[in-house]
Design a protein around this ligand. Structure first.
Ligand code: PEP
Length: 247
C-alpha cells in the first residue's frame, strides 16, 4: 500500500507569532493514522518546530546543491539531516522561475538529500503554454528523466513526486481530477518502464495546484493521486485539516 501524504508548503509566509500559533493548532488536531502529514515552514523556524511537534513531519522548502563552502545564504542537506529532518522539497516551480534553477541543479539537490539519507519531495509540472500546446506529458517526462536515468531503485524509493501544473499554483485554477489522474498514471508508467511495477506502485505521487477543501476529496479519490502538496490552504488550520481528512 502506498503512503497517503498531505504536505503543506508555507513558502515565505507568517511571522514568528503566527507561525507558532499555526503549528501548535495543527499539532493539536487529530488526523487519521494512515495519512502522513508534512509541513514545510520557512527555514528560519525549522529547528524550533522540530522540538515541538508530535503528530507530523517537518520538511525544508529547499536545500543547497553543494556540499559545503562559500555559498552565502544556503544550507546543506547534511545540516538539515543533522537536525533529524527527513524531507526537503526540491524543484518547486517558484525556485525554477525566480531562482533560475535548472534540471541539473534540482537533480543535484536531490542527490545531496539522498547522500544525507533524506527524502526529496521532487516537484515537476508544466507551464500553461505546454498544456495548451499539448506538450505537458513531454515536459514532465523531461523533468523526471534525470531520476529515471541516474538513480537505482533504492534511491528512487526514497522520493515523493509532486505533480504541480504551474498554471494551477496559487491561481485558483485546479487540474481536473481526470487530468491529474492521467498525469499521475503517466508518471507511474514511466517509473514502471524504467524500474518495475513494484517500485512504481510504491512511490507516492501527490498533486499540487490550488488544492482546497472543496476539491481535495475528488482529487484524492483518483487511483494514482496519493495526496497533495498544499500552498495557500495550508496556512489555515481548518482548511488544511479538512484537506487531510479528504481521503
Ligand atoms: C504550491 O505552491 O506548491 C501550491 C500547490 O500552491 P497552492 O496550493 O497555493 O496553489
Amino acid at each position: 500500500m502506498r503512503k497517503k501524504i498531505v504536505a503543506g508548503n508555507w513558502k515565505m509566509n507568517l511571522n514568528r507569532k503566527a507561525a507558532f500559533q499555526l503549528i501548535e493548532t495543527i499539532d493539536s488536531l487529530k488526523f487519521s493514522n494512515n495519512v502522513e502529514v508534512i509541513i514545510a515552514p520557512p527555514s528560519i523556524y525549522l529547528e524550533s518546530f522540530l522540538g515541538k511537534v508530535k503528530n507530523f513531519n517537518i520538511s525544508s522548502q529547499d536545500v543547497s546543491a553543494n556540499d559545503n563552502g562559500a555559498y552565502t545564504g544556503e544550507f546543506s542537506a547534511a545540516m538539515l539531516s543533522s537536525l533529524s529532518l527527513k524531507y526537503s522539497i526540491v524543484g518547486h516551480s517558484e525556485r525554477r522561475l525566480y531562482h533560475g534553477e535548472t534540471e541539473e541543479m534540482i537533480f543535484n539537490k536531490a542527490k545531496q538529500l539522498l547522500k544525507s539519507n533524506m527524502s526529496p519531495i521532487y516537484c515537476c509540472g508544466e507551464l500553461l503554454e505546454d498544456r495548451k500546446s499539448e506538450n505537458h506529458f513531454k515536459v514532465v517526462a523531461s523533468q523526471l528523466q534525470p531520476l529515471l536515468d541516474n538513480l537505482n531503485s533504492d534511491e528512487l524509493e526514497k522520493f515523493i513526486i509532486a505533480y504541480e501544473p504551474v498554471w494551477a499554483i496559487g491561481t485558483g485554477l485546479t487540474a481536473k481530477p481526470s487530468d491529474a489522474q492521467d498525469m499521475h498514471s503517466y508518471i507511474r508508467a514511466l517509473i514502471k518502464e524504467k524500474f518495475s511495477s513494484s517500485i512504481a506502485d510504491q512511490i507516492s505521487i501527490i498533486y499540487g495546484g490550488s488544492c482546497k477543501p472543496d476539491n481535495a476529496k475528488e482529487l484524492f479519490s483518483m487511483e494514482d493521486v496519493d495526496g497533495g502538496l498544499i500552498g495557500g490552504a495550508s496556512l489555515d488550520a481548518d482548511s488544511f485539516s479538512a484537506i487531510i481528512n479528504s481521503f
